[in-house]
Design a protein around this ligand. Structure first.
Ligand code: KG4
Ligand code: ZN
Length: 336
């Protein structure tokens, strides 16, 4: 069966076709980053309106790419939450009305389950069970994944998510939205060892995280090194970016290794936007290799929001769940 996947929870419209036998057939994405950049963050109403404009043309584009028509779609998976209510409503209402006219089943997917399962779209996917690190703009969680729907929370952030810390640090350094890639690019120009930031919760003895103190420590550095006009020189910005990235990636890596140790598992899966961070990947690759464990990532374009992960999670869900009646609701707040 061919599943159409629709992601519209935030600022990307992601559409994909996933065949339960042949795998991913086509995917397309429209990012609204440029549209929101001048506001320094996502404007919910603009996001919803853009999803309205983009969704149907993108569905047509993936169908054309896969040389298929609407009649070939056997089911529709869409992000039901969590996310921006208006943005979710666009994807959800298009999915349910299309499914009603095509007379095919739907499944409302949890956005984080999409991220969590995204690494399984790659060649040589890990078998269950594994430990998953979910690091996005809204979440920083460690989970034990026993199978589809079998998720045990091992650790969580007590305050800011790692991606949020990247975004806030970017703002403090005067960088553009989204902050993660901008901080990471600047860090490449930094001098190692010039600054030393705290490693929050590194020795807390549990698998939880906390990143808000790090943001405050960055603010102190910025204030201490700005001139009388509040201007920070470019090298100092890069040195702060480097040390900030070191602190976050060191803590994330240490907690992943602790989670593998505590669960006795030897496979780690990393997903969500911060999973695209090169420093994080290098640290995790080294640490897992040392301990004879394996780490799996989605391809870079599937680290951030996309339709492929929703089509895939929906395809897995449809093997277990019965179809609804095409009535719908969104779940802007929703625990996995
Ligand atoms: O998963 P995602 O696309 O959206 C959700 O939050 O669900 O993640 C976006 C987050 C943003 O905070 C962004 O700054 C961060 O991921 N991010 C990165 C990188 N690319 C994206 N953070 C660090 N390094 C990156 N290369
Ligand atoms: Zn996401």
């Amino acid at each position: 069966m061919i599943i159409l996947g629709i992601e519209s929870s935030c600022d990307e419209t992601g559409i994909a076709l996933y065949d339960q036998e042949q795998g991913l057939l086509a995917h397309a994405l429209h990012s609204q980053i440029d549209m929101h950049a001048e506001y320094g963050g996502v404007v919910p109403e603009l996001a919803s309106r853009d999803h309205v404009r983009r969704t149907l043309p993108l569905i047509q584009r993936v169908l054309d790419e896969a040389k298929l028509t609407l009649a070939d779609i056997g089911g529709i998976a869409y992000t039901q939450g969590p996310g921006l209510a208006g943005a979710l409503l666009v994807g959800t209402s298009i999915a349910e009305s299309l499914a009603f006219t095509l007379n095919v089943p739907t499944v409302g997917v949890h956005h984080l389950e999409g991220h969590l399962l995204a690494p399984l779209l790659e060649a040589n996917p890990p078998a269950f069970p594994f430990v998953a690190l979910l690091v996005s703009g809204g979440h920083t969680q460690l989970m034990r994944v026993g199978g589809i729907g079998d998720y045990t929370l091992l650790g969580d952030t007590l305050d800011d998510a790692a991606g949020e810390a990247f975004d806030k640090t970017a703002k403090l350094l005067g960088l553009s939205y989204p902050g993660g890639p901008a901080v990471s690019r600047l860090a490449d120009l930094g001098t190692p060892g010039r600054f030393k930031l705290p490693r929050p919760m590194l020795n807390s003895g549990d698998l939880n995280f906390s990143f808000s103190g790090l943001k405050t420590a960055v603010l102190t550095l910025v204030n201490d090194h700005s001139d009388a006009d509040g201007i920070l020189d470019e090298q100092t910005k890069a040195d702060i970016a480097l040390e900030f990235q070191e602190a976050v990636t060191e803590v994330l890596t240490a907690k992943c290794m602790a989670a593998l140790r505590e669960t006795g598992l030897d496979q780690l899966v990393v997903s969500g936007g911060v999973g695209a961070n090169r420093q994080l990947r290098e640290k995790l690759n080294r640490a897992t290799k040392r301990r004879l464990c394996h780490v799996h990532y989605p391809r870079l374009e599937f680290c951030t929001d996309n339709g492929a992960m929703i089509a895939f999670a929906g395809a897995m869900r449809m093997q277990h769940e019965t179809a609804g009646d095409h009535g719908f609701s969104v779940r802007p707040r929703w625990d996995l």
